[in-house]
Design a protein around this ligand. Structure first.
Ligand SMILES: Nc1ncnc2c1ncn2[C@@H]1O[C@H](COP(=O)(O)OP(=O)(O)OP(=O)(O)O)[C@@H](O)[C@H]1O
Ligand SMILES: [Mg+2]
Length: 258
């Protein structure tokens, strides 16, 4: 299991982006982290992925401290960051340079198939739509066969139709693979469509102000009153000017009416 234990991170300019943040990410869960701009979401994700190190506290994966990127933890960013001089397959294969060529090809083809991108491997990144490019980026993160996938606003640059199609792709992938997903977003609808747990962060310095367990049936419908109620509750916490310390950490369970 991935665990954030008491993480504090102060940047060189004196900004404390996180203060004593703790969270557990159970295997197979989908945790969505929401919060206003600058509340430390990306900082937390970078620490979880071993791309940065906390000043105090530690990130543990199956009990072992994470000090650098780990093959079992994949990361997807807001922009696909594909290399234009490589084909889509070449981009997916990129992280597998230690494997023989045939094995690299096979793994890349399997990852592209999982994202329903068969046939696009031989093409170039510039020939892809935004949604396809982001799927190639997810395939690239999956090729190393991680058990945890961290995603930092992966769909925020896409239009709403493409975004909801990628939500379905991600949920299909999650159902088939049992991956642990940790996703950062500004979009509360996206959080409520995807999450089984939502962490709400507040800035100054960044901390987790509230936690929600979301047990609405999937596929989730926005018209369900519990969906709307939880959305409002989270929006209130994010926009509240109360000091995060004064907000109670709470757990709410929203269930669909049977
Ligand atoms: N490399 C850095 N050096 C100095 N300060 C930084 C650095 N990266 C982030 N910060 C600061 O740390 C705080 C948290 O930043 P972070 O990027 O984690 O926020 P975020 O919640 O991801 O915001 P956004 O929603 O806008 O992406 C902000 O005040 C930001 O200005
Ligand atoms: Mg960010």
């Amino acid at each position: 299991m991935l665990v954030a234990a008491n993480l504090t991170r102060t940047y060189r300019n004196g900004t404390t982006a996180l203060r004593q943040v703790s969270a557990e990410f159970p295997p197979g869960s989908i945790t969505v982290i929401v919060g206003g701009s600058g509340c430390g979401k990306s900082t937390l994700l970078r620490l979880l992925g071993g791309l940065d190190r906390p000043d105090t506290g530690e990130v543990l994966f199956d009990g072992q401290p994470i000090h650098q990127p780990h093959p079992a933890i994949g990361i997807v960013f807001q922009e696909p960051r594909l290399m234009p001089w490589l084909t889509n397959s070449g981009n997916v294969e990129f992280g597998l340079s230690n494997l023989p060529r045939a094995a690299r090809r096979e793994r890349a083809a399997a990852a592209l198939t999982r994202l329903r991108l068969d046939g696009l491997g031989a093409r170039w990144p510039k020939e892809l739509s935004g949604g396809q490019a982001q799927r190639v980026a997810i395939a690239r993160a999956l090729v190393a066969e991680p058990s945890v996938l961290l995603l930092d606003e992966p769909f925020s640059a896409l239009d709403s139709f493409t975004r909801s199609s990628l939500h379905n792709h991600l949920l299909d992938l999650w159902r088939d693979s049992g991956l642990t997903l940790v996703l950062v977003t500004h979009d509360l609808d996206e959080a409520l469509v995807l999450a089984d747990r939502i962490l709400v962060m507040k800035p100054g310095p960044g901390q987790i102000a509230a936690r929600f367990d979301v047990s609405l049936d999937r596929p989730r419908r926005r018209s369900v009153p519990a969906f709307e109620a939880l959305r409002e509750k989270i929006a209130d916490i994010i926009t509240s000017t109360a000091e995060p310390d004064h907000l109670a950490t709470c757990t709410a369970v929203a269930s669909s009416p049977r």
